[in-house]
Design a protein around this ligand. Structure first.
Ligand code: FAD
Length: 424
């Protein structure tokens, strides 16, 4: 094996287009070995107190489809994707030794467990990390992440004042992918067969992978659906009421910058408000990543970002009623049934059920966030724990005691009662 080899470690960036870390790996001039590790603590473990898996079957299916698609796309470029399952740092150590790689290159992440894994790897070999999952990366803004604004509006105004760096038009041609046929597989940890996870649950409304993500984005924009986003985004369901691109964005199958660029190209005076509202949601996404960099582990505590003690309790009986949609509140129960059946819930729905668990039932919001982590096909650690903290008054909402009137909400967003009827 030649010395001039680097491992490209795919993480939440399961794509080839607009992937800054992958571009860096190819620009290095070294031969690049693409690797993905299905981390056991996320995909093979239960929440100990709660007894359900951290990743439910629907999430696993989406990941398996995304990896299969990435593998196919890399094979078309004369390369491949080596998929392993286990403890990431141990697997990467073995792969690094077996291939005599000089370093590992990957996308930088901002959440606590992800950063612990980075630290473990950095003790084993040289690890080079690059930002790539946001519209505005921390190394492109003129303020340090420790001083990132607490409130969304200030954050939005600050990042919008920054220049938006152009997207690469294609992969750099300087480097090359390693022909994986040349690797001695005997020396590597056992490869994971994606067929083991070929669950074919037809109730999932999204098919994982970069190819599907780009197609879904194009269809959504070409149909003109983004033009009515501001008017329909608060509904509980309906065709293209919101973009439904979350799962591809969360897994990095779709770059938020690519979506931003495509939306901007379609912006007209007529659809301006809808396009801006949609773009602002992508800034919310960035905002939570910056807040994770600033507050670290706090997002995984019941107190969250607040100093006052939380008025919430570990009431398992109540939690089970909420989780199974048996609270007796029609809209809450319908939403929870929808989540379990499809792995999706609208933003308005997520706001209502998280408020209800934490502020009405006064149950530990971390438990609710854990159930979402298990169920949501678009699960994203930053947007999930960040929004849960916000809705339960433990995050960045300036009105920590904000409450919703469920009757009014139902009348407004399910006026004919069709949603409740469907999911009761
Ligand atoms: P659209 O409305 O079409 O928005 C486009 C994209 O913008 C989304 O796909 C998402 O990437 C981003 N976005 C939209 N709203 C938000 C928001 N409030 N915060 C951060 N990003 C946003 N979003 C996730 O991607 N993963 C999660 O795990 C997640 N958990 C949530 C938990 C709670 C309690 C709440 C209130 C919200 C959560 N959200 C989460 C945010 C939001 O509800 C979803 O992104 C959205 O409903 C996904 O549907 P969509 O793709 O049609 O979004």
């Amino acid at each position: 094996m030649t010395e001039n080899t680097v491992i490209f470690w795919f993480r939440n960036d399961l794509r080839i287009h607009d992937n800054p870390a992958l571009n860096k790996a190819l620009e290095s001039g070294f031969r690049v070995i693409p690797v993905y590790v299905i981390e056991d603590i996320w995909y093979d473990a239960l929440f100990p107190e709660l007894g359900f898996p951290r990743a439910g079957e629907k999430r696993k299916q989406f990941l398996a489809e995304s990896l299969a698609d990435l593998k196919r796309n890399l094979q078309q470029k004369g390369s491949d994707l080596l998929v392993f399952k286990g403890k990431t740092s141990e697997i990467l150590k073995k792969v690094s030794n077996a291939t005599n790689s000089v370093k590992i290159i990957a996308q930088k992440e901002a959440a606590w467990e992800e950063i612990q894994i980075e630290k473990e790897i950095a003790q084993i070999t040289q690890l080079e990390l690059h930002w790539g999952s946001m519209l505005y990366q921390p190394d492109q803004v003129d303020f340090p992440t420790e001083k990132s604004p607490f409130y969304y509006t200030r954050f939005k105004n600050k990042v919008l004042a920054q220049p938006f760096s152009p997207l690469p038009s294609s992969l750099p041609s300087t480097g090359s992918f390693m022909k994986l046929g040349k690797i001695e597989l005997n020396n590597l940890p056992r490869l994971f067969n994606l067929e083991n996870w070929s669950i074919t649950d037809k109730s999932i409304p999204f098919k994982g992978g970069e190819s599907g993500g780009i197609l879904a984005m194009k269809k959504y924009i070409e149909k003109g659906s983004a033009d009515h986003y501001a008017d329909t985004r608060n509904l509980f369901e309906g065709e293209n009421f919101s973009s439904r691109l979350g799962a591809w964005l969360a897994n990095g199958c779709l770059s938020p910058r690519t979506l931003w660029k495509q939306l901007k190209e379609k912006e007209t005076p007529k659809n301006h408000q809808s396009i801006q509202t949609l773009l602002e949601q992508l800034i919310w996404r960035d905002n939570f990543r910056f807040l994770f960099l600033r507050y670290g582990h706090k997002f995984f505590t019941t107190s969250g970002l607040r100093k006052t003690p939380p008025d919430m309790y570990n009431d398992m009986e109540g939690f089970e009623l909420w989780r199974k949609g048996q609270t007796g509140e029609p809209i809450i129960d319908a939403l929870m049934h929808q989540l379990e059946a499809t792995g999706f819930m609208s933003n308005r729905g997520r706001m209502l059920v998280s408020f209800y668990l934490s502020k009405e039932m006064k149950i530990n919001w971390q438990w609710g966030a854990a159930w979402f982590e298990s169920m949501l096909v678009d699960y994203d650690v930053y947007s999930n724990y960040g929004n849960w903290a916000y809705q339960s008054g433990r995050g960045t909402d300036s009105r920590v005691n904000r409450k919703f009137n469920l009757q009014i909400q139902t009348k407004k967003f399910d006026s004919k009662g069709k949603f409740i009827q469907k999911w009761k």
